[in-house]
Design a protein around this ligand. Structure first.
Ligand SMILES: [Fe+2]
Ligand SMILES: [Fe+2]
Length: 283
């Protein structure tokens, strides 16, 4: 379904009202780690590399902002699936996390001398409804796709980035994102644990999820793997500031699917390995 575009300038501006105080309370209460470095030392690096890294954080700001609408819609699907209260609450928390990540990225852009504004289409793409599915299976399909698959790739790439990058300010800011993304990546596996009795009682839903995965893995590969490319030689500054090698990012996608996502889903009696091997578009 196509959605009419809504052009807007996304920023991390606050309202100037007491709502800000409530937002600060949320931030403090739910922060999973703190920071130690408050400023970014641009003079320590090649200025062009700083701009590349800053642009990456600006692009990330837009992606984080968009992720909010995925989880907020998924929370609605969890309501329809009559999921447990904690799962619904944490799904909403994850939507909120992505707004906090938007603010974190905006802070980084400003610290690196940029303007934290992104002109973007803010129209919300509707989450897949998987016509003909029960509400329970629909929620399971979308939870697996967004968390066990997409967020797990984000986690693996942030971990890889942290392994290499040395700038203290950017390491702190990356760790803030990673701390939440780990929860987001794990959510789907915990959700599957909660729904295992239901899956055992509904083998037709397990087959339906396997059919969906055959399609979903292929869509995910197109969306996240990136094109095949040769390894590039990065400068020490590029590595220090966390600029990725696209060939390495692609490799991480496949490693994550094959060694984390697929075996993780298979623990619940879902043949994700076959779906991965036979992945292709089914519609
Ligand atoms: Fe995020
Ligand atoms: Fe996330």
């Amino acid at each position: 379904m196509s959605v009419e575009p809504i052009e807007a300038l996304v920023t991390a501006a606050l309202s100037g009202t007491p709502i800000e105080k409530e937002y600060e309370l949320l931030k403090t209460g739910l922060a999973r780690c703190g920071t130690t470095a408050d400023t970014f030392d641009a003079a320590a690096y090649d200025p062009r590399t700083v701009v590349f890294a800053r642009d990456m954080w600006l692009a990330r700001m837009e992606v984080e902002h968009r992720s909010t609408s995925v989880f907020s819609q998924l929370a609605t699907q969890l309501m329809e699936a009559n999921a447990s209260l904690d799962c619904k609450a944490v799904m909403l928390r994850m939507a909120y996390d992505e707004l906090r990540h938007t603010e974190n990225c905006a802070d980084v852009v400003r610290a690196m001398g940029g303007v934290a504004e992104v002109p973007t289409n803010v129209a919300v793409a509707p989450l897949a409804v998987h016509r003909g599915c029960t509400p329970e299976e629909r929620a399971l399909r979308n939870v697996i796709y967004t968390t066990c698959m997409s967020e797990m790739v984000a986690v693996a790439r942030f971990v890889d980035s942290l392994d290499e990058m040395t700038d203290p300010y950017l390491r702190d800011r990356t760790r803030l994102l990673l701390a939440d993304e780990i929860l987001h990546g794990q959510f789907g596996f915990h959700y599957l644990t909660a729904w295992k009795p239901w899956l055992d009682a509904h083998p037709e839903a397990v087959r339906g999820i396997e059919r969906f995965l055959t399609h979903g893995f292929s869509v995910m590969e197109d969306a996240l793997a990136g094109p095949p490319t040769r390894p590039i030689v990065r400068t020490p500054d590029e590595i220090a500031l966390g600029l990725p090698d696209p060939s390495r990012a692609r490799d991480i996608f496949f490693q994550t699917m094959e060694h984390a996502t697929v075996p993780g889903i298979e623990r619940f009696g879902i043949d994700a390995g076959k779906a991965w091997r036979e992945r292709r578009k089914l519609v």
